[in-house]
Design a protein around this ligand. Structure first.
Ligand code: ADP
Ligand code: ZN
Ligand code: ZN
Length: 745
């Protein structure tokens, strides 16, 4: 007899529904309770406004702030057992930390099909077993030859058969159910979590013998496999970090646990996956944007049930439930793609830290150019600092050579010494990578008669000139216009492209080096994933060629035949106003440089700049990323910026400038008064217009909160969001709160 009959159902179910509102909604239970009884983590279908939505029970209670008889009953339950507990914990943590609605967090964190109400196969697997002895010629099956056959098949498997195997033989669920009704067979449920993967023959190919630094790093990580044990694996490009991950994962899986590896958006290439899949005999589940909804649900379920011991995924994979968590690894932990920049603005690396702590398991953050946050933690001893200084191949990473752009003629953005270096490299039979941070033909179009520039009507930005196909396009709002034949202001025909983008550099190089193939790699040329892969495959064959690309090329890809890298313009990133701009450009330059000379030949990296004596750039060029990073940390300390203080950014936008500004002023006034009494450590700056104030004809304002203590900053954020939710003026303004913003843009 089920338990739920003996214990009364709760009177009130507190349900998180997919809504931006930061509160729960109360419902009464429906008549029939799920088999496990009402519990947090069960999805329910509920009436919400005029719609029906899928929500999640987060609490069972006897009380409500509303009269019980006014509560609507839930329509039905969708899960016979609650969604995984570690997943619920993570969603609750995320919602609290990022001050986001729990309902929306849960919604974002589950696969699309679960959001739509699709049942989860569950962590139980059905098995079917014959009940009657072999040889019986049962009268109940006289007129049902297919059922008789099915029963005969079941009899051959005294331990039972899973549904899948039976359906695969052409039988239906109905036939199975009929056998059960006739008491000829039984259905039982086996918990999938019990099915630990076979680990005797874990490896499909042997692990590489580690060098001394790798061995030391691995040994340190291994010191404590059942405690929270955060490590920063700080190793130059090509120093063998991935081999360390592989061997850590091996150890984790051998103990019957699961490993989760997060990689940046563009790091999850077929080659990366192939490297893991060829090492292990056990399933390696990949979670990326190319999966169908069904595949995603299958992957989620395989990991949640514990069947798949290894998961590799991009940002959102941090929300994969793990039945037996064993280790979390974040590769290229400094990468910007780990931060979601809209809606639920979480940082997957930071959630990985929280999650590893919660599970009490090792955490490895790997990078050649760690974020200042992680370096700071390593410096303070919060993380173990593991260094790999040697490359597995013969050559040290190339030094950056600064070349002066001032007063030199440019062709497609390139000055004569750079073009000379390309010529020499190609003549030696090697490949060249030209890195340029702008796609399109030229950053904009200008009239040489009157000075007109192609501005976007909807944004405070210039439109980029494209040639393939020809158009002016705004990279901020995606607005497009035909390229004018004459200046709209003075009718002069003297319109010229201003500056260079990937297309123009590609064109120039094709003219200068007509016999060598030029491959352009940017978002426009690689809209299709296979086009990108095909180009890379051709480049790996090693014939001399030129690669022109944006930061898509900077990371992850192994390009062994590239021995010269040219950075067309280092200044754009270095002189951006954002407080992380220098950190991010230094990471990018170092990563780009890491592409050069990975195989048999040493590499050169030429960095074109107008500011060859900029102290930061010189420090980076002469002493490398680590030296610059310590300098930047000192500057952040002096400026009271992260990681020395914590930030939260309120963004406000509306079609009228005054509407967002007025709300910003009101919010700031309210908050300043409140802070004095409740959170004196937090300061509030603004409201000020965003760096690009007008975007898509909407005006953007912002308010910056800064605090030395998380608890006070969080209290202030909670106060602010509560006030905004209650404010009638705020309904006319789109607003969002970004905790730990990556940029102040
Ligand atoms: P990272 O992840 O730090 O960029 P990888 O793990 O990809 O470095 O290693 C770079 C190259 O060196 C790869 O081709 C890898 O197979 C090789 N490698 C790594 N560790 C070893 C080792 N211990 N012995 C021999 N080769 C190694
Ligand atoms: Zn003009
Ligand atoms: Zn625009």
């Amino acid at each position: 007899m089920p338990d739920s009959i003996s214990s009364l159902p709760p009177r009130v179910l507190r349900v998180a529904v997919p809504s931006p509102l930061r509160r729960m909604f109360d419902y009464r239970p429906c008549r029939e309770a799920p088999a496990c009884g009402w519990q947090p983590g069960i999805r329910v279908r509920v009436p919400f406004g005029r719609r029906q939505v899928v929500g999640v029970v987060v609490e069972c209670s006897e009380r409500s702030d509303f009269p019980l008889e006014q509560l609507k009953p839930v329509e039905c339950w969708l899960d016979a057992e609650p969604l995984p507990e570690d997943w619920l914990w993570l969603c609750r943590f995320t919602a609290r930390y990022y001050q986001h609605s729990l309902g929306d967090t849960l919604h974002q964190a589950m696969p699309v099909l679960l959001r739509q109400g699709r049942p989860l196969a569950g962590r139980m697997r059905e098995r079917w077993q014959a009940l009657v002895e072999p040889g019986d010629d049962d009268p109940r099956l006289k007129r049902a030859p297919r059922q008789a056959e099915l029963l005969a098949m079941l009899r051959q498997h005294p331990h039972g058969l899973p549904t899948q195997a039976i359906v695969a033989q052409g039988y239906s669920r109905e036939q199975l159910s009929t056998l059960v009704e006739k008491r000829l067979a039984v259905r039982e449920e086996i918990p999938l979590t019990a099915a630990e993967p076979a680990t005797e023959q874990l490896l499909a190919e042997p692990a590489l013998p580690l060098n001394r630094e790798q061995a030391q790093a691995l040994a340190t990580i291994h010191e404590r496999l059942d405690a929270f044990h955060p490590c920063l694996l700080h190793g130059v490009t090509g120093s063998g970090k991935t081999e360390v991950y592989l061997q850590l994962i091996e150890a984790v899986v051998a103990r019957g646990r699961q490993a989760l590896l997060l990689v940046p958006e563009i790091g999850l290439t077929p080659q990366t996956l192939a490297r893991f899949r060829s090492r292990f005999r056990v399933p390696v589940v990949a979670l990326h944007s190319g999966l169908t909804d069904n595949e995603r649900l299958d992957a989620w379920e395989a990991v949640a049930s514990g069947r798949a011991p290894i998961v590799i995924g991009t940002r959102s994979a941090i929300f994969t439930p793990l039945a037996r968590p064993g280790a979390i690894i974040v590769d290229e932990e400094h990468d910007g793609s780990f931060k979601q920049q809209e809606g639920l603005r979480y940082h997957a690396r930071d959630l990985a830290v929280a999650r590893a702590k919660h599970h009490a398991i090792p955490l490895v953050l790997g990078s050649a150019t760690p974020s200042l946050e992680s370096l700071y933690h390593a410096e303070r001893g919060n993380y173990r600092h593991l260094r790999l200084t040697r490359r597995a191949s013969r050559h040290a990473p190339a030094r950056l050579e600064l070349v002066d752009l001032r007063g030199r003629p440019r062709q497609g953005g390139l000055i004569p010494p750079a073009i000379e270096a390309i010529r020499t490299t190609l003549a030696a039979g090697h490949q060249v990578l030209v890195f340029i941070n702008r796609r399109g033909f030229a950053p904009t179009l200008a009239c040489h008669a009157c000075g007109w520039l192609a501005d976007c009507d909807s944004c405070d930005a210039r439109m980029t000139l494209h040639r393939q196909p020809p158009m002016l396009a705004c990279h901020h709002c995606d607005k497009r216009r035909p390229v004018p034949d004459a200046c709209p202001d003075c009718c002069s025909a003297d319109l010229r492209p201003l500056g260079s983008g990937t297309e123009r550099t590609e064109e120039t190089l094709a003219t200068l080096f007509p016999k060598v193939p030029v491959h352009r790699i940017d978002r426009d040329s690689t809209r299709r994933r296979d086009a990108f892969e095909r180009t890379l495959a051709e480049v790996r064959r090693g014939e001399p060629c030129l690669l022109v690309g944006t930061q898509m090329l900077a990371k992850g890809h192994h390009l062994p035949h590239v021995t010269l890298v040219i950075v067309v313009n280092a200044d754009a990133g270095l002189y951006a106003s954002d407080f992380r701009a220098l950190e991010h450009s230094a990471q990018l330059l170092t990563q780009v440089a890491g592409r050069a000379g990975r195989a048999a030949h040493p590499g050169r990296v030429l960095v074109q700049t107008l500011h060859t004596d900029d102290p930061h750039l010189r420090l980076l060029a002469e002493h490398g990323y680590d030296a610059l990073a310590s300098q930047l940390l000192a500057e952040r300390r002096a400026a009271a910026l992260p990681p020395f203080r914590f930030l939260a950014l309120l963004r406000l936008e509306s079609p009228r400038e005054e509407t967002s500004a007025a709300l910003g002023r009101e919010a700031a006034a309210m908050l300043r008064e409140w802070l004095g009494e409740h959170a004196p450590d937090v300061s509030c700056l603004g409201p000020v217009p965003a760096p690009m104030e007008r975007r898509q004809n909407r005006y953007h304002m912002q308010l910056l909160l800064s605090g030395g203590r998380r608890s006070q900053l969080h209290a202030a954020c909670a106060r602010l969001t509560a006030w905004l939710e209650a404010s009638p003026e705020a309904r006319r303004v789109r607003w969002s709160l970004d905790v730990d913003p990556q940029t102040l843009g």
